[in-house]
Design a protein. Structure first.
Length: 256
């Protein structure tokens, strides 16, 4: 499949968060035409085994799976990438050191420190020539840092220098700024503006969380390249409510 890292340089990529670790959900979202999915091991009940299941399903369905992790665990990150994850998304990236570690442990030497084995799916179990596989992996793995805090330990430019995508977590940002859920509040818009300015200075593609298609359209128009719209659970909830609310009211009226 085309590399997601290359895709976001060419055009905006639209995805969603994956909270249900089921292959059928991956296949349905792939059929819907999404560009990528973010397997959420931070806020969903998905363990490493579940993540490998959806990564495998994504490879079969032709849709890249990025895995969101809460912390840097070099061994876990390596196993997820070896399983075929298209990238790693690190929550609460607040320092240049955490961004640099994300890059280092997702990149093979000599530029990184990722451990090497070719007895794994991403290397087609050793059937890809070693040098070719190392180059391919280093070039294609996507490194996403979430910027969702009111304060950072280092200048934003320094944090972004190690990232392929600077992803703005709007909900967490609004909470940290004291206006929960008010992503249009002045304080939130100001912080987003600071992140956008740093991204322009460092030529770092931006990503963002959008709760609705309309928010996603505005993000595309603004120049964002990696846009996560809602989640599989939110899409399921919305569809169920829209489909059954009127019906259940009618049934209730008939019963009355």
């Amino acid at each position: 499949m085309p590399g997601l890292r290359s895709l976001v340089r060419e055009r905006p990529a639209i995805g969603t968060f994956l909270k249900l670790p089921q292959p059928e959900v991956v296949e349905i979202l792939a059929i819907a035409g999404l560009d990528f999915l973010i397997c959420d091991t931070e806020h969903a009940q998905i363990d490493e085994s579940g993540a490998r299941t959806v990564i495998q399903a994504g490879r079969a369905a032709g849709i890249p799976i990025v895995v969101r992790v809460p912390t840097i665990d070099p061994g876990q990150i390596n196993r997820l990438l070896e399983a075929g994850a298209a990238g790693i998304q690190l929550s609460s990236t607040t320092s240049a050191d955490s961004a640099e570690k994300l890059s280092r442990f997702t990149t093979y030497p000599p530029t990184g420190a990722r451990g090497l084995s070719t007895a794994q799916p991403a290397a087609r179990f050793g059937t890809i020539p070693l040098a070719e596989y190392i180059t391919l992996s280093n070039d294609q793995v996507l490194r996403v840092g979430q910027l969702e805090s009111a304060r950072y330990d280092d200048p934003l430019d320094d944090i972004m220098s190690s990232l392929d995508i600077a992803f703005i977590g709007t909900m967490d940002l609004s909470v940290d700024l004291g206006v929960p859920g008010q992503v249009g509040a002045p304080a939130v818009r100001t912080k987003i503006g600071e992140i956008e300015a740093a991204a322009r200075r460092t030529d770092t593609p931006l990503g963002i969380f959008a709760t609705t298609a309309a928010e996603a359209e505005r993000a595309v128009a603004t120049g964002y390249r990696y846009i996560a719209v809602a989640s599989d659970l939110a899409l399921l909830t919305t569809a169920a409510q829209e489909r059954f609310t009127v019906l259940m009211e009618a049934v209730g009226g008939a019963r009355g």
